[in-house]
Design a binder for this molecule. Structure first.
Ligand code: GDP
Ligand code: MG
Length: 459
């Protein structure tokens, strides 16, 4: 596992926290200091270390833990979330959609692992069912073509190039007509020891010709903190859409490269974890941080945290709902929450006595497309309309539909949904009145609500 030392250090800090009898400000400060120390040792840039650790500290001190979570569990979750964000957040796979073939060009300095990675990517995508070809345009390094041919043989992926040709643009023009039948073309390029004018010129030329869908910067983890400068320099030259960090197996200091290239806004897409042809992994921040922190120990906790947070949110929405004062924006939020949590019935179950309510089916399914349309409709409403949808009629209907690129029927549909929800809120309000509540309680005592025995009641 890469960055073992960092992982061990972070795990030890978290274990200390979760082992503590009581978590106070002092314990949080200590945790944050230890995280800082671990990240600095992994060669992460000082400024970035302070950014992330300050965010962890601020959240750990300020945010209230959901009722079902211990404070320390909540803090572990914060550390996890912030580290994931720090490493790029959601995983962004290469975009290989669109017209075939898709061109992926690898750029980077000499010896960083471009050619090796071209072979690895060939195998990676071949295994995933794509028809892949490799192209060698490196005319600088002697035997670059032979090196790629070797790798191509190893993974059984065809390699195109012109042995001995000294002009990379000529190579491209020569091989280009043969590439149309492939899904994915991986283009290897020349490097230099440093970013020289002639490399810049060469890459500019080949970049203009290839027009790659993705230009990936290949950078070895051991460049440490100069990663940032290097990434920036390449990004100024070609539109770097992603980064591949190689040799992450060989250094304890890979944290520098992994985080510093964030300056280019280009996510880390893959990491190379060895010299062998299959030692390439897609970089997924969540999985990576999970492993770093010891996911085995963490998984259950993170799941629990997620549920607890969702439940609190549901409770919140439920309360607002019960006031019967909600407007269209609340409705929207509700739909969104539902999509996240599953059916509204779950929200209802958190309210006293609501588990048996008959809820219109249309409300129970939060459809993604519908939500998008509604969001657009709501965007084209005025504040007054959002707060008081009853005023929407006639010319307003038309204006809203037009502004959202939608139809009057859709606006009506939205208003109907709103009215239904409002009606339901009234019903709930009724049930909350003393008499209604009494009835509900009686029913519960008689066991009239199926399947809810032993379920923890909120409020
Ligand atoms: P290029 O000049 O950028 O094309 O670099 P090469 O692909 O020729 O690689 C340079 C050296 O780095 C070779 O000896 C590779 O075996 C080695 N290398 C590439 N990727 C990795 C990796 O992920 N881990 C390790 N340990 N070595 C790697
Ligand atoms: Mg090479």
């Amino acid at each position: 596992m890469v960055l073992d030392k960092l992982g061990d250090a972070l795990k030890a800090s978290l274990r200390k926290l979760t082992g503590a009898a009581f978590v106070d400000e002092k314990a949080i400060n200590e945790l944050v200091k230890e995280i800082q120390r671990s990240l600095l040792q992994a060669d992460v840039n000082v400024k970035l270390v302070f950014d992330v650790s300050n965010r962890i500290k601020e959240r750990a001190l300020k945010e209230k833990a959901p009722s079902a979570l211990q404070r320390k569990e909540f803090i572990v979750n914060i550390v996890y979330e912030e580290l994931v964000t720090f490493l790029g957040g959601e995983h962004k796979p290469l975009s290989l959609e669109g017209k075939k073939p898709v061109f992926v060009m690898l750029v980077g300095l000499f010896g960083n692992g471009k050619t090796t990675t071209a072979g690895k990517l060939g195998l990676y995508y071949k295994k995933r069912g794509l028809k892949v070809a490799l192209v060698q345009t490196d005319t600088w390094r002697p035997a670059a073509y032979d090196q790629l041919v070797q790798l191509g043989k190893q993974v059984d992926v065809p390699v195109f190039g012109v042995k001995g040709e000294k002009d990379s643009e000529k190579i491209w023009k020569h091989v280009r007509p043969e590439l149309d039948t492939y899904d994915l073309i991986i283009v290897d390029t020349a490097g230099r020891d440093a970013l020289s004018d002639d490399l810049i010129e060469e890459l500019n030329g080949i970049n203009t010709l290839v027009k790659p869908h993705e230009a990936l910067l290949v950078m070895a983890a051991d460049v440490g903190q100069s990663a940032e400068k290097q990434a920036q320099a390449f990004a100024d030259m070609v539109k770097v859409s992603g980064v591949i960090i190689t040799k992450l197996d060989g250094t304890a200091k890979g944290g520098g490269a992994l985080t510093a290239c964030a300056v280019t806004d280009a996510p880390v897409r893959f990491v190379g974890t060895g010299e062998k042809i299959d030692e390439l992994e897609e970089f997924k921040p969540k999985g990576f941080v999970g492993r770093l922190l010891g996911l085995g120990d963490l998984e259950a906790l993170l799941e629990k945290a997620k549920e607890a947070i969702d439940e609190d949110r549901a409770e919140d929405l439920g309360k607002r709902f019960l006031k019967g004062e909600f407007n269209l924006l609340d409705l929207y939020e509700q739909m969104q929450a539902m999509r996240k949590m599953g059916p509204l019935s779950k929200v209802m179950k958190l309210l006293p006595g609501m588990g048996g309510m008959d809820i219109p089916k249309s409300m129970l399914t939060g459809q993604e497309e519908k939500l998008t349309v509604w969001r657009h409709l709501m965007d084209s409403m005025t504040k007054a309309e959002l707060e008081n949808p009853d005023i929407i009629s006639g010319a307003r209907l038309e204006r809203i539909a037009h502004g959202a690129g939608s139809s009057i029927a859709e606006v009506r549909g939205l208003l109907k949904q709103y009215k239904q929800s409002k009606k339901m809120a009234k019903m709930l309000k009724g049930a909350q009145s003393e008499k209604g509540m009494e009835k509900v309680m009686q029913k519960i005592q008689k066991g009239g609500f199926s399947g809810r025995r032993g379920k923890r009641m909120k409020f």
